[in-house]
Unconditional design. Structure first.
Length: 194
């Protein structure tokens, strides 16, 4: 369990650190207006392998990120990046969470915040159906002062950990950010292992 937890933290840290390198961040200086997608433009994305579905503005980019080592864990990531905001859905399978599921979620949370170099603004215990989770609200400064707001939800579904993230420029209109966040998070659904 300690080795698996360490491997998961390393993956989560590399994932979170990637927020600062996302392509849309580099061109934020050119245009800070955000073109929002309307209801009719979103699609229901289904990942049969990931056993989840979610509404997104368009088909996501897929990446498979393999960690090295004896307890290697592969992280599967789907991302949609727009001008000034983005969505990330990722998952990986865990060998064991130990007997303390909440402790496992604590370690996962700490790895995400530390790995992103973000400031945790808030946290809530949440659930999806009967599966335990957390919602993290974070702030991150990238590219010489560009301020980002990040909301990440993590869920433990059987032996699979899901992390779904909505991130946006802090300067984004609060009403627009709330509408995008609600639409994205409320549409996320999982199917348990057969």
């Amino acid at each position: 369990m300690p080795h698996t937890t360490l491997a998961l933290c390393l993956i989560l840290m590399s994932t979170a650190t990637g927020y600062a390198r996302l392509p849309f961040v580099s061109h934020l200086y050119r245009d800070t207006s955000v073109a929002l997608h309307t209801d009719t433009e979103w699609i229901r994305f289904n990942s049969p392998e990931g056993r989840f579905s979610v509404l997104l503005p368009h088909d996501p980019k897929f990446e498979s990120i393999a960690a090295s080592g004896s307890d290697a864990v592969t992280n599967y990531r789907y991302s949609v990046l727009e001008n000034g905001y983005g969505f990330i859905c990722e998952y990986f399978d865990v060998e064991s969470t130990g007997s303390d599921v909440q402790g496992f979620l604590d370690v996962t949370r700490d790895g995400i915040v530390r790995g992103a170099g973000a400031t945790k603004l808030g946290e809530d215990k949440i659930s999806l159906k009967t599966y335990p989770g957390r919602e993290l609200q974070m702030a991150l400064t990238v590219n010489e002062g560009t301020e980002m707001t990040i909301v990440t939800r993590i869920y433990l579904v059987d032996k699979r950990l899901y992390s779904i993230t909505f991130l946006h420029l802090k300067s984004m209109d609060a009403t627009d950010a709330a509408a995008l966040s609600k639409k994205f998070f409320s549409s996320f659904d999982v199917k348990p292992a057969a």
